[in-house]
Design a protein around this ligand. Sequence first.
Ligand code: KET
Length: 446
Amino acid sequence: MRSSDRRLNALVRHLLVGDSNSSSSSSMGSITDSPASASDGRDSVFAHVVQAPEDPILGVTVAYLKDPSPIKLNLGVGAYRTEEGKPVVLNAVRKAEHQLVNDVSRVKEYLPIVGIAEFNKLSAKLILGADSPAIQQNRVTTVQCLSGTGSLRVGGEFLARHYHERTIYIPQPTWGNHIKVFALSGLTVKTYRYYDPATRGLNFQGLLEDLGSAPSGAIVLLHACAHNPTGVDPTLEQWEQIRQLIRSKALLPFFDSAYQGFASGSLDADAQPIRTFAADGGELLVAQSYAKNMGLYGERVGALSIVCKTTDVAGRVESQLKLVIRPMYSNPPIHGASIVATILRDRNLYDEWTVELKAMADRIISMRRQLFDALQARGTPGDWSHIIKQIGMFTFTGLNAEQVAFMTGEYHIYMTSDGRISMAGLSTKTVPHLADAIHAAVTRVF
Ligand code: KET
């Protein structure tokens, strides 16, 4: 077993079993204890519960918020900020929301278990293409879910219940939550090689070897574009080889599409790999998130689509997805999906959204250039060209955990300990501060 898989297994055991080093069985207080006397906690029925660590990504924001420094900078979570460092609500979203609140015919009834039918149709079109044969042939089922995470979770649990091969291969490294989402869905999680630290690029040979030796039928998690955390994507030619390998071994592709539009600035270009898989007539799953590309983070709006071979199969798959969703959260919320449907159905709002999306992607690309130039200007040792080569919201800097801790301690810059920085959290004003910190870290901490 590879060491990455061993580490993964240890994490999964911890997750599924919980913490077993609870020591003292709590001494129960007697019922005659005065209700007013303050407890020292030992008589709590939860006295054995141990403090859990913060989430490796969302915990960065928790630490950042506690820091009183005026120069602090949060480059942890992948959330877009303006040049002024402020979160944005897109104009297209504001306009859609106005339409929605002004429409007095709208009510707050429960949605169906699968969500808003129109939202589902439009989401499938957005990712698979308006002229997708699979959609025209009515063999795609789409269910509205709680953003990208919820879509992955529902898809994972459906596969654990109904698919014959319960092993899922995820890239090494990947978004940290994948491991937990799929393990708790009931799947066995294994890794395939993806990133080569030496070249700061794709380990394409390793990827082909690992998927080539996966058991026939295994599920393969693929980042649709803008791989998180590495910012390294296969080229279209490499995607084609991956597709051929996956189909020849009857592996099942499960795409995580959390950044459509953020890689290239074009929604269609970023969906291209998925569309070539759908075009070969084979089956696939895709989890879509509108958190980043519509800036709807906290609205929790996403969709899971399963492309099947026939209409009949798709119908039965959908009936089982409902059985997964109903006991989990019953049915999804209305507001976020209504915003998305309003924008996707209206030509003007759609066009306005794509312009705003492109502007966000372009600002990130310009941050890459500015950070690269600032390091060059400082003569910072090392090759930093990966900053401009990598794609999407993140730069996988290559800084180690000690260097990251140094930058947080000395410069109040917050980022994940694997050296990932969210370029979307950076601005022209803050680039010099970050470049100073990186320069100090690589020249003073090894
Ligand atoms: N997939 C990937 C690859 C991903 O990076 C995220 C979020 C998600 C799915 C889920 O997003 P949702 O908000 O559920 O639609 N990533 C950022 C936020 C987070 O960790 O929750 C991040 O990596 O910073």
